[in-house]
Design a binder for this molecule. Sequence first.
Ligand SMILES: [Zn+2]
Length: 101
Amino acid sequence: MSSTEVVRKTQIIFREVNKRIAEITSAHEEKSSEFLCECGTATCATVIPLTLSDYPEIRKDDAHFITALGHRVDGVDRLVEARDGFEIVALVATEGVPSGS
Ligand SMILES: [Zn+2]
């Protein structure tokens, strides 16, 4: 697997975890929670505080991920929107791009 594929896979796993955080948070009738940075670095443990109204709005586009400031991976992510304390990024399309292996 190329490093890009590893990053993407990690991002998708972290996003699944964040979905669960959102579900658990709403089940407990909380209004906000701490979501994991989805930068794709397996060792990243940065949390991003978000309200439960922000999260679905950010995640309505399946291609979007949330990352802490400065965690965006060049060549894998492109900036969609900078917010207060975090960024919304999208995966760069890699169709036709050599894997680099
Ligand atoms: Zn991160």
